[in-house]
Design a protein around this ligand. Structure first.
Ligand code: HEM
Ligand code: HEM
Length: 214
C-alpha cells in the first residue's frame, strides 16, 4: 500500500482553510478544560468534575468524528508515523515545507499524544472518584458544608484514596502535568510550522481562511 504521507505530498494537497465546527469546538473546548482543570479548579471539586466530564464527551465526539467526519478530520488523513514525522522535521530544517491535507506528520504525533494522555487523565479521574457524577459531587459538597460529614466516609473520598489505592490520583496528576508540557510544545510547534509554511495555521482553527502568504 502507498504511504499516505508520501502520496499526499505528491498530490499537491492543501490543508483546510477552515476546520469543520466539530474539530474547532472540540479543540478549543478541550484546550480550555485542560488549562482550567490543570491550573485553576480544585481537584475533585464539582466544577473540576463538570469540566472533566464535558472534556470526556468532547474527546469521545472527536474520536467518532475521526471515523465519520470530513476527510481532513479522519484518522486516515493523519496516521501516526514517527518515520514520516522525522522526515517532515528534517525537511523543515532544510527549508522544504510540503503541504498536507490534514495535520502534518509531526503535528499528528502530538495530536495522538494529547488524546492518549487526556484519556489517561479522564480514566484515572473516573477511577479516583468511583465514577461519581458532578451532581453527586455537588450534593456531597453541600452536605459537608452543612456539617454532614458522613458522605466522606466512603472509600472514594478523602486522603486521595480510591478502591485502587492512591495510584489513580498520582497517575492523574502526573498525566495532567504532562498535558501542560505537551500543550507548551504544541503551541511552539504551531508557531514554528506557521512560519515555515508561510501560512497562519491558527486562523483555520478559529474562523477560517488565512491563505498561504507570499
Ligand atoms: C481535563 C482533564 C483533567 C485535568 C487536566 C485534571 C487535572 C487535575 C490535577 C492537576 C489535579 C491535582 C490537583 C491538586 O493537587 O490539587 C487533579 C485532581 C483531581 N481530579 Fe482531575 N483533571 C481532569 C479531569 C478529571 C476528571 C474527568 C475527574 C473525575 C471524573 C477528575 C477528578 C479528580 C479528582 C478526584 C482529583 C483529586 C485527586 C486526589 O487528590 O487524589 N479530574 N486533577
Ligand atoms: C491545552 C491546550 C491545547 C490542547 C490540549 C490542544 C490540543 C490540540 C489537538 C488535540 C489538536 C488536533 C485537533 C483535531 O484534529 O481535532 C490541535 C490542533 C491544533 N491546535 Fe491545539 N491545543 C491546545 C492549545 C492550542 C493553542 C493555544 C493554539 C493556538 C496558538 C492551538 C492551535 C492549534 C492549531 C493551529 C491546530 C491545527 C494544527 C494543524 O494545522 O495541523 N492549540 N490542538
Amino acid at each position: 500500500m502507498a504511504d499516505p504521507w508520501t502520496s499526499e505530498r505528491q498530490a499537491g494537497i492543501a490543508p483546510p482553510d477552515l476546520w469543520d465546527p466539530l474539530v474547532r469546538i472540540s479543540h478549543w473546548g478541550i484546550a480550555f478544560i485542560v488549562v482550567m482543570n490543570a491550573l485553576f479548579t480544585k481537584g475533585g471539586s464539582p466544577l473540576h468534575l463538570w469540566l472533566g466530564w464535558i472534556g470526556m464527551a468532547l474527546l469521545l465526539l472527536r474520536l467518532v468524528w475521526g471515523v465519520l467526519g470530513p476527510v481532513e478530520a479522519r484518522f486516515s488523513a493523519f496516521p501516526p508515523s514517527p518515520r514520516a514525522a522525522l522526515s517532515h522535521l528534517r525537511g523543515l530544517v532544510s527549508g522544504r515545507a510540503p503541504q498536507y491535507r490534514s495535520h502534518n506528520p509531526a503535528g499528528a504525533l502530538m495530536v495522538y499524544a494529547f488524546w492518549v494522555t487526556l484519556a489517561v487523565v479522564i480514566g484515572t479521574g473516573l477511577l479516583r472518584t468511583g465514577g461519581q457524577t458532578p451532581m453527586q459531587a455537588a450534593r456531597d459538597a453541600a452536605a459537608v458544608a452543612s456539617g454532614d460529614w458522613s458522605v466522606l466516609v466512603t472509600e472514594t473520598d478523602g486522603g486521595g484514596e480510591s478502591r485502587f489505592g492512591t495510584l489513580p490520583g498520582e497517575v492523574h496528576t502526573v498525566a495532567a502535568n504532562l498535558l501542560l508540557i505537551l500543550a507548551a510544545l504544541h503551541v511552539a510547534g504551531v508557531a514554528v510550522e506557521s512560519r515555515a509554511m508561510r501560512r497562519n495555521l491558527v486562523a483555520p482553527m478559529l474562523t477560517g481562511s488565512k491563505r498561504r502568504r507570499g
